[in-house]
Write a protein that binds this ligand. Structure first.
Ligand SMILES: [Zn+2]
Length: 248
């Protein structure tokens, strides 16, 4: 089965080629699958969902983030076929990013907490003309890095800010019994997709993130893979060719 390209994987491959010495991500001693980054014995590739979405997603990343095996922007790029990713630099602006921001087919929204922004720029809903499609720009970095990217990227100054309302966030946490205070990038993207009416892609991304977390942790703790979990069942709905249905 063919999948649309993953822009984060492309960035990783480009950076790997550029660097003179191989970049050793943490925990990189065990062999990892080159396609899904999970330790080979717990490879996620056959669980990649195939869904369609009207929305696009653009990830702004740091160099480090591209190589982190735990990065969840990668999962978004696996699920949303119109995905873009750029490495942020304070001194250089990527022409590809500027072209994307001015492409008339997209209505970009920069996803960021509203309390840090002038109120007139902030919106909590996604309502756009039918001639345009929403493009969610996500700062896929630590919170400290994200604030810096936000402050020092003048080309974002004109964009509307999509701020997720606290009640939406807490309802999401409750539904998914997420304990952590901060949502990861994949969870934020899922909420954005839901706001845009891309509910299938939103649910697929939630389930894919859960399955990824399970494979990732089981591999780390050297536990056998358990493909009969609830998360796998939920994800299975969006996987066209399930592993256990396959002939050898
Ligand atoms: Zn894999």
């Amino acid at each position: 089965m063919t999948f649309s390209p993953n822009a984060v994987a492309r960035l990783r491959d480009e950076r790997e080629e550029e660097s003179t010495k191989p970049y050793l991500a943490r925990g990189s001693r065990a062999p990892r699958c080159h396609t899904c980054r999970v330790i080979e014995s717990h490879c996620l590739c056959s669980w990649r969902p195939k869904v369609s979405a009207r929305s696009g997603v653009c990830l702004i990343m740091t160099k480090k983030e591209v190589f982190k095996p735990s990065n969840t922007g990668w999962l978004i790029a696996d699920v949303v076929s119109d995905n873009f990713a750029f490495i942020w630099s304070r001194t250089e602006t990527d022409d590809g990013l500027l072209a994307l921001l001015s492409d008339p087919q997209w209505q970009p929204y920069l996803v960021f907490p509203g309390e840090y922004v002038a109120p007139e720029r902030v919106t909590h809903t996604v309502e756009i003309a039918s001639s345009k499609r929403p493009l969610f720009i996500l700062l896929d970095a630590t919170w400290t890095e994200a604030r810096k990217i936000f402050r020092k990227s003048p080309y974002f100054d004109a964009l509307p800010i999509l701020s997720l309302l606290p009640e939406k966030l807490s309802r999401y946490r409750l539904r998914r019994s997420t304990r952590s205070e901060h949502l990861c990038t994949a969870e934020v993207a899922s909420l954005c997709l839901e706001l845009a009416g891309d509910s299938e892609a939103s649910s697929a991304l939630d389930a894919y993130f859960d399955v990824f977390s399970q494979h990732y942790l089981d591999a780390k703790n050297q536990l056998p893979i358990n493909e009969s979990s609830v998360a796998h069942q939920e994800l299975g709905v969006f996987v066209k060719d399930l592993p256990h249905n396959r002939s050898q």
